[in-house]
Design a binder for this molecule. Structure first.
Ligand SMILES: [Zn+2]
Length: 344
């Protein structure tokens, strides 16, 4: 998700429902899929493997080794909004190296949206978890996963982040970076997490290179997860004097209209090296072109009332396990937030 949530009541209801009683299973090398029909189970299994390979290549530059335990993937197809949850348990291997010791994935919603947006989002969580072997800072875990969603979802997060900044609801990055749990205002975490993630990936050279640098940044910042460790990460990886400097640069970058995909199925003219086409990303046989948004889109207008909150020592982050209020976004969901990283 989208949101990582868990409703015992809904799960019980689902277990008792006829659709699940007749659910079909399909196994791939890494997933055990349960879906409403054999065709859907196969389709989701194949697509989960596809994204598992694609996202690992995008982020790590290599495929992940086959998981020793297959990841259960429960698919519920329903009308309306879509959501998902991936739950991890972390441990360590015999040499003490941190690893994912178990994981499971549940997704629910319209089949097309699940395949195009929710599934790649959830699979990206597995790539990030696999890389670090421990919990990834929430802003980057969600931001990096939103980066895998389709154009419309990414665009709406971009717009939402600007709205949040202008409304003074955003977190200062010193606070955001150190969050290990979801804040009360989960909408902010997703939108701002995505915006900062996308900015840093671009800043680091975009594509695989930019993602690799972001992973370096996260690894350095997570090492201690202190104000100093994140400042060090900002200095070492991106050349900013501090996280505050990074924040100023990110806000400056937002003072332009949001980018939007406007054309599909177009290829750049032969030999065209214009910045527009140079920045286009190829996705299968389709090329995305980015351009300015319509003037009705919210802009980040100076002065930026931008960031609220304070250093973590003055504004404690919501305690672990605390239950965020029901967000108006992202849309629903499998229930109230679980504790994705422990137990289960
Ligand atoms: Zn997510």
């Amino acid at each position: 998700m989208t949101l990582r949530r868990f409703y015992p009541a809904i799960v019980l209801a689902v277990l008792a429902s006829p659709s699940v009683a007749t659910a079909a299973n399909f196994e791939t090398a890494n997933f055990v899929v349960e879906a409403p029909s054999p065709e859907l189970a196969r389709k989701f299994g194949e697509m989960a493997e596809f994204y598992r390979k694609e996202k690992a290549l995008e982020w790590l530059g290599h495929e992940m080794p086959q998981w020793s335990r297959k990841c259960p993937l429960q698919v519920q197809v329903s009308m309306g909004s879509a959501g998902g949850a991936t739950t991890f348990t972390f441990g360590s291997d015999q040499s003490g190296r941190p690893i994912v010791s178990s994981q499971r994935m549940e997704i629910r919603g319209d089949a097309k949206q699940l395949l195009n947006s929710v599934l790649p989002h959830e699979v990206t969580h597995t790539v990030l978890a696999q890389h670090f072997g421990r919990p990834v800072p929430r802003w980057a875990d969600e931001g990096g996963s939103v980066l895998s969603e389709n154009d419309e979802e990414r665009f709406s997060h971009d717009v939402r982040c600007r709205e949040i900044l202008n409304a003074g609801r955003a977190f200062v990055l010193r606070t955001l970076f150190r969050m290990t749990e979801y804040p009360r205002d989960m909408t902010v975490l997703y939108a701002q997490g995505y915006s900062v993630t996308a900015y840093l990936v671009d800043k680091g050279g975009s594509g695989r290179e930019g993602r690799g640098k972001l992973l370096q940044f996260l690894g350095t910042g997570m090492n201690g997860n202190t104000a100093e460790s994140w400042n060090e990460a900002a200095r070492r990886v991106y050349g900013y004097e501090s996280v505050d400097g990074l924040e100023r640069a990110w806000l400056d970058a937002l003072r332009t209209p949001p980018a939007r995909t406007v054309a599909r199925g177009t290829q750049p003219p032969a030999g065209d090296k214009s910045p527009t086409f140079a920045n286009a990303t190829s996705n299968g046989n389709r090329t995305e072109l980015r351009t300015s948004a319509a003037p009705t889109m919210p802009l980040l207008e100076p002065p930026v009332r931008a960031v609220r909150g304070a250093a973590p020592d003055r504004e404690p982050i919501r305690p672990v396990g605390a239950r965020p209020q029901a967000p108006d976004y992202p849309p629903p969901v499998l229930g109230p937030p679980e504790l994705p990283r422990t137990g289960r």
